[in-house]
Write a protein that binds this ligand. Structure first.
Ligand code: PLP
Length: 809
C-alpha cells in the first residue's frame, strides 16, 4: 500500500465507520478507523494462512496458557506488516499524529508477569518463523488490576480493558462449544460388551471464542490466538419464568456463568485454591480441545493420526487438565480404547514447568474436584492407578517413592505430576532450572524416564523489545551491520567489530541518553520528581516477591543514604533507583515492600543535604507498555533473586538487549547471560544455587549472626522499626520479623555484603566511560541468544516436530 492509497482508504474508512468527516472525528474515532483499516488489510492473509495449513495438512501446535500478556498490538502490527512508515507519513499529512493514536489502545493485560509475557513472545515468534502455532486461553473481562500508589500504599483498581471495545478480536459465535460441569457419571454396558460412561445432569456452559490475529514479521503469516469467553448456554430460559423472583434468579445464574471468564487471578506464585479458578482451568482447556477436535475432523483426518497432526503444549500446570480431557474426548466421544487413547494423548501433549517454589505448585482437593468434574476425576484416578501399577513393577516394595510420584496422594491431585505423567516432553526454562527439576523437584521422574526431560531456555521477541521499544537503537544497529539480524538475531554478534570504535559507542551512548531524557520527562510530569539525567539509572522492574528480593535493593539504598548522611561529599556516581511492580493483593510482605520503597523515596527525594546523589522512584502500574519505556532507558538491570529460585527471568534479557548491565545472582538465565557476555561484562554476586539449596536442605544459616556481625546491616534493619522512617513505628515490624525472627528465608542479609561490594564495582566501572560503553555493546551483541525465535526453533525441532509453512501473498 502506498501513501496516497493509504490516505484515501483511511479517510473512506473513517467516514464510513463514524459518519463523520475527518475534521469532526475524535482521536478515538481516528484510532478505531486505523484499527479497522488494518483488520481489512490483515484478513486476506489470515484466510490464506488457514487455507494453506489445511491444504498442506501441516501439523498444528496449540499453546495452552491461562495467561497471555500481550500489551498493545497496533504499533507492533504496523511494524510486522511493514506499514509503519507509510501509515505515519500518511496520517501526518492528514494532520494526525500516529503516536497519539497508538496511546488509545488499552494494554491487553491478561497475565500477571513472566509466564504470560512468555506466551505472548512465543506467539510472536511462531508467526515470525512461519510456524503453524496458535494460542488458546481465556478472554478475561478484567485483566490484571491497575496499580495506583495512594499515600505510599498500593491500591488496586479494576482493569476494565474492554470498555471501549477491542479492535483486534473477532467474535466467532459459530465456533462456540459447550463445557460441562457437575452432574454425575453412569456406566452402561453396550451390546458389544464395552463399558461406556454417560455424564448426566451436568451444567452446560457456552464457551464462545474470540480470535485475535497473530501477525508474522513481513512474511504473510497470520496465526490465531483464540480466547474463550463464558456465556449462558440457553438464553431462552429467560422467557420461561412465572414470577419476578424467577427472573432475579435467572440474572444471578447468568452472572454466575459469566463469572468464569470475568477476572484474572492476580497472584502468580500462590495458586488460588478456589473452585472458580478450577472452573477457569477446565473451561478453556475443554473448549480449546473440543474446537481442535472439530477442526481436525473437518479435515477428514483419522483419529489414529491425531498426534501427528496436532501438538498441545501446556504452559505450566494450569492447563494440565488437557491430559484427562483429551482422554475423555478420545474414549467417550471417539470410542477409542484406553491404551490407544493414552498413546495419542501422551504423544500430543508437552509440558513446561515454570517454578520450583513449593508454595507455587498446584494441587486440588479430591472432594472439590470430584464434585465439579466427576468424569474427569474418574479418568485421573485411572491414570493414577495404572501409573502406580507400572511403578510397582519397576520399583517393587518402594512405597515411599511411589507415593512421591503418585498423581493423587494425601487427598489432593498433584497437577505437576499429572502433567509429567501425561506428556511426552517436560522442560524447564533455563539450564539451571532444568537441572534443579531433574535433580530435585522431579528427580524420581527423571530417574524413571530421563529421556522425557529437556531444557528450553526462555527468550523474548526482539521485534517488540528492540524494534518497537527502541527504534533508534534498531536503526543504529541496522546502519552498522545491515538488517539481516532481524531475521537472524544471532547476527547481532557482528556488532562486536565496533568494540573499539569510539564513534559508534558514542552513538550508542547518545541513544541511551535520549531514552533516558524521555523517561526523565515522564517521571517529572507524573510524579513531580526531578532526576539527574547523568545519574546511573538502576532499575528493578518485576512482580514484587520475597524471592526476587526487592528488599535487598531497598536495604542497600538505605545503607547508601546512611553513608551520604555521614559524609555528603562521599565519592559516588549519582544514582537513580527505579522500581516498578505489582504486589498480589493478599501478599502482605509484598505490599509492605511497595510501601517501604515509596516512603523511602519520599524521604530521600526531598533531602537537600545529599546533593541529588540519590533518588528513588516507584513507577505505578508495571505493564508491557511501561516496560517498553523503561528497558531502553536503563543503565543497570537488577536481577537479584535468591539463587535457585528464579526459574529463568525474561526481564533480564530485555535489559540486556537494550544495552543495560546486569547486576545479578547466579540464578535462572543470568547464568547463561554471564556465559554469553563473559564475567567482565556482568556483575555477579552472592550465594550460588548449590549453596542456597544446601542451606535449605541442611540448615546452618542464622540471620541474627549477620545482623550482629555487620554493623551496616544492623543499622538499616533497626531503621525499619526505630522511628527513623516517617511512619507508624510498627509499620514495618512484620518485615523486620520476617528478616530476623523468621530467619530470612531468601538470604537477604546473607547476601547483603556481597551486594554492597558488587555495587561498588559497578560504580567503579561506570566511571570508565569507554569501558562501560564496551560492556553495553557486548551485551547488545550477545542478546540474540535470547531471542524467543531461538527458543521457538528449539521447541519446534526437538519437542513439537513442527515445520515451517511459507505463506505466499
Ligand atoms: C518481562 C516482563 C515480566 C517478567 O519480568 P521478570 O523480571 O523476568 O520477572 C513481567 N511483567 C512484564 C510486564 C514484563 O514485560
Amino acid at each position: 500500500m502506498d501513501k496516497e492509497g493509504f490516505k484515501e482508504t483511511y479517510i473512506r474508512k473513517l467516514q464510513a465507520l463514524h459518519g463523520k468527516s475527518l475534521e469532526e472525528s475524535s482521536i478515538h474515532d481516528q484510532y478505531i478507523a486505523l484499527g479497522s483499516l488494518l483488520r481489512d488489510y490483515i484478513s486476506p492473509n489470515w484466510i490464506k494462512t488457514n487455507q494453506q495449513y489445511k491444504a498442506n495438512s501441516d501439523k498444528q501446535l496449540y499453546y495452552f496458557s491461562i495467561e497471555f500478556l500481550l500489551g498493545k498490538l497496533l504499533d507492533m502490527n504496523l511494524i510486522n506488516l511493514g506499514m509503519k512508515e507509510v501509515c505515519q507519513d500518511g496520517l501526518a499529512e492528514l494532520g494526525i499524529n500516529l503516536s497519539v493514536l497508538l496511546q488509545q489502545e488499552p494494554d491487553a493485560g491478561l497475565g500477571n508477569g513472566g509466564l504470560g509475557r512468555l506466551a505472548a513472545c512465543f506467539l510472536d515468534s511462531m508467526a515470525a518463523l512461519s510456524l503453524p502455532g496458535h494460542g488458546c486461553g481465556i478472554r478475561y473481562t478484567y485483566g490484571l488490576f491497575e496499580q495506583k500508589i495512594v499515600k505510599n500504599y498500593q491500591v488496586e483498581l479494576p482493569d476494565n480493558w474492554l470498555k471501549d471495545g477491542y479492535i483486534w478480536e473477532y467474535r466467532r459465535t459459530d465456533k462456540a462449544v459447550e463445557v460441562s460441569f457437575g452432574g454425575h457419571v453412569r456406566s452402561i454396558v453396550k451390546a458389544d460388551g464395552r463399558v461406556c460412561y454417560l455424564h448426566e445432569s451436568a451444567e452446560a456452559i457456552l464457551a464462545v471464542p474470540y480470535d485475535i490475529p497473530m501477525i508474522g514479521y513481513q512474511n504473510n503469516t497470520v496465526n490465531t490466538l483464540r480466547l474463550w469467553s463464558a456465556e449462558l448456554a440457553h438464553n431462552d430460559c429467560y422467557f420461561t419464568f412465572r414470577n419476578r423472583n424467577d427472573f432475579v434468579k435467572a440474572i444471578e445464574y447468568k452472572n454466575s456463568v459469566e463469572r468464569i471468564s470475568k477476572y484474572l487471578y492476580p497472584d502468580d506464585t500462590h495458586p488460588e485454591g478456589r473452585l472458580l479458578r478450577l472452573k477457569q482451568e477446565y473451561f478453556f482447556v475443554s473448549a480449546g480441545l473440543q474446537s481442535i477436535l472439530k477442526g481436525f475432523k473437518s479435515a477428514n483426518h483419522k483419529i489414529q493420526f491425531f498426534s501427528e497432526k496436532i501438538g498441545v503444549h501446556i504452559n505450566d500446570t494450569h492447563p494440565a487438565l488437557a491430559v484427562p480431557e483429551l482422554m475423555r474426548i478420545l474414549i467417550d466421544d471417539e470410542n477409542l480404547g484406553w491404551d490407544e487413547a493414552w498413546q495419542i494423548t501422551t504423544q500430543t501433549i508437552s509440558y513446561t514447568n515454570h517454578t520450583v517454589l513449593p508454595e507455587a505448585l498446584e494441587t486440588w482437593p479430591v472432594d472439590m474436584f470430584q464434585n465439579l468434574l466427576p468424569r474427569i476425576y474418574m479418568i485421573i484416578e485411572e491414570i493414577n492407578q495404572r501409573f502406580c501399577k507400572e511403578l510397582w513393577e519397576h520399583y517393587p516394595g518402594q512405597w515411599g517413592r511411589i507415593a512421591d510420584m503418585a498423581v493423587i496422594a494425601d487427598g489432593v491431585i498433584h497437577m505437576a505430576r499429572l502433567a509429567v505423567v501425561g506428556s511426552h516432553s517436560v522442560n524447564g526454562v533455563a539450564k539451571l532450572h532444568s537441572d534443579i527439576l531433574q535433580q530435585y523437584l522431579l528427580h524420581n521422574y527423571y530417574q524413571y524416564d530421563p529421556t522425557k526431560f529437556h531444557n528450553k531456555t526462555n527468550g523474548i521477541t526482539h521485534r517488540r523489545w528492540l524494534l518497537k521499544a527502541n527504534p533508534q537503537l534498531t536503526d543504529l544497529i541496522s546502519n552498522a551491520i545491515g538488517t539481516n539480524w532481524i531475521a537472524e538475531p544471532k547476527e547481532l554478534l557482528l556488532l562486536r567489530k565496533y568494540a573499539k570504535d569510539t564513534v559508534f559507542k558514542e552513538q550508542l551512548a547518545t541513544i541511551k541518553l535520549k531514552n533516558k531524557i524521555k523517561l526523565v520527562d515522564h517521571i517529572y510530569s507524573h510524579y513531580g520528581i526531578s532526576v539527574n539525567l547523568h545519574s546511573i539509572f538502576d532499575i528493578q522492574i518485576k512482580r514484587i516477591h520475597a524471592y526476587k528480593r526487592q528488599i535487598l535493593n531497598v536495604l542497600h539504598i538505605m545503607h547508601l543514604y546512611n553513608e551520604l548522611k555521614i559524609n555528603p561529599q562521599l565519592d559516588m556516581v549519582p544514582r537513580t533507583f527505579i522500581f516498578a511492580g505489582k504486589a498480589a493483593p493478599g501478599y502482605y510482605i509484598a505490599k509492605q515492600t511497595v510501601k517501604l520503597i515509596n516512603i523511602l523515596g519520599s524521604v530521600i527525594n526531598h533531602d537537600k543535604t545529599i546533593q541529588d546523589k540519590l533518588k528513588v522512584v516507584f513507577m505505578e502500574n508495571y505493564s508491557v507498555s511501561l516496560g517498553e519505556m523503561l528497558f531502553p532507558a536503563a543503565d543497570v538491570s537488577e536481577q537479584i533473586s535468591t539463587a535457585s529460585k528464579e526459574a529463568s527471568g525474561t526481564g533480564n534479557m530485555k535489559f540486556m538487549m537494550n544495552g543495560a548491565i546486569t547486576i545479578g545472582t547466579l540464578d535462572g538465565a543470568n547464568i547463561e547471560i554471564e556465559e554469553a557476555v563473559g564475567p567482565e561484562n556482568i556483575i555477579i554476586f552472592g550465594l550460588t544455587a548449590q549453596q542456597a539449596l544446601d542451606y535449605y536442605k541442611h540448615g546452618g544459616y542464622n540471620a541474627w549472626d549477620v545482623y550482629n556481625e555487620d554493623m551496616r546491616v544492623k543499622k538499616v534493619i533497626e531503621q525499619l522499626v526505630n522511628g527513623y522512617l516517617p511512619d507508624e513505628r510498627e509499620e514495618f515490624r512484620p518485615l523486620y520479623d520476617y528478616l530476623l525472627r523468621h530467619n530470612d528465608e531468601f538470604f537477604v542479609l546473607k547476601d547483603f555484603a556481597a551486594y554492597v561490594d558488587a555495587h561498588q564495582r559497578l560504580d567503579h566501572k561506570f566511571r570508565q566511560k569507554q569501558h562501560w560503553q564496551s560492556m553495553c555493546l557486548e551485551n547488545i551483541a550477545h542478546s540474540g541468544l535470547f531471542s524467543s525465535d531461538k527458543t521457538i526453533r528449539e521447541y519446534a525441532a526437538e519437542t513439537w516436530n513442527l515445520e515451517r509453512s511459507i505463506i505466499r501473498r
